[in-house]
Ligand binder design. Sequence first.
Ligand SMILES: Nc1ncnc2c1ncn2[C@@H]1O[C@H](COP(=O)(O)O)[C@@H](OP(=O)(O)O)[C@H]1O
Ligand SMILES: [Mg+2]
Length: 272
Amino acid sequence: MGSPPMIDGAFARWLADRAGQALLELRAEMGFADAAALKAAGDKVSHDLIRSELAKWRPGDAVLSEEDEGSRLVDSTDGVSRLTADRVWIIDPLDGTREFSEEGRADWAVHVALWARNAPSPHGLVAGAVGLPAQHRVLGTDYPPAYPPMTVEAATSGDRTLRLAASRSRPPAFLTDLAGDVGAQLVPMGSAGAKIAAVVTGDVDAYIHAGGQYEWDSAAPIAVATATGLHASRIDGSALRYNEADPRLPDLLVCRKDLASRLLAALQRHSG
Ligand SMILES: Nc1ncnc2c1ncn2[C@@H]1O[C@H](COP(=O)(O)O)[C@@H](OP(=O)(O)O)[C@H]1O
Ligand SMILES: [Mg+2]
């Protein structure tokens, strides 16, 4: 096989795609009888593949990964220290692990993002790709999908109910009241990457999460969402920031820009 692309965005897509294919093969081989074993194997297969390709093709870069021992600590001393590095790959080898282990579900993803110290945006993400293997697509910053994700007419017609993606397993407690307040319908879905991808493609209008998450759960999809022109912030409207000493990043809002002020105002009323 030839070398992967040199450009970081295309490389991220290549990597997310390869890991996704390995995960599809694993699902086909193992079946769904033992969910715990399938989840553990999925995390490991994807992590090992991404880690070894990064070591081979981007050896000077640091890595922050959900599956690395020490990632939840302030800084991992494994390899290049990410807090002094100029470039850090932030990866979630399998986001939506629970859904990956459930037959027929396609809401799980592979996240590959690149943070750079000299990035022009506050979030610092300069490239990223979200593999959605069971949906047969990879969304990436190299070819950002069109914005707005749906026709303006459909998005703004008065009788259309807003669709708000939320965690299937751990939705924020305030979300039902908020949805009622803004006249939205909740769409439960697994995986932060799959939910943000659904905002990017216009399948839903927004994604709100609160109560806990880590940088790797959102870095790659936020790179793609902001590359398309979507609004992405913390639920208090402040900037999302990556490669922080503490990788916890517990809440976020992703939506079209025309919805942001309305949803941020509702979040202020409901998220206490
Ligand atoms: N309250 C919480 N605390 C920590 N992580 C959370 C969380 N709620 C969601 N997450 C993480 O965010 C990702 C998307 O969650 P969900 O599918 O519920 O929307 C999952 O990542 P993983 O599947 O990589 O573990 C999940 O673990
Ligand atoms: Mg995750």
